[in-house]
Design a protein around this ligand. Sequence first.
Ligand SMILES: [Zn+2]
Length: 93
Amino acid sequence: MAPKAKHEMTTGKLKQAQTLRAAGHRIPEIARLLELPREVVRNTFRGKHRPIDDKPQRCPKCGHMVQMPCFECDLEAKKQANREARLVSSQEG
Ligand SMILES: [Zn+2]
């Protein structure tokens, strides 16, 4: 298992960042979703930060060829965690 992402902008994350930006997300939101420091995201958009290359891999969850970690599955996992958190708090209340 590779060590957990070291907050590096990769070509895969850049594509996701550009997609999010095109969808109207702000840099702080993009940084949070991609788990990157805001400065890295901002500098990459300004062309001051060069993303590192990463090659597509097959996602073990959805089976698509993606830049790991799989953005779709990651987002889905976060939504699921939120739903569970809400369920727990509603049961406690
Ligand atoms: Zn996936």
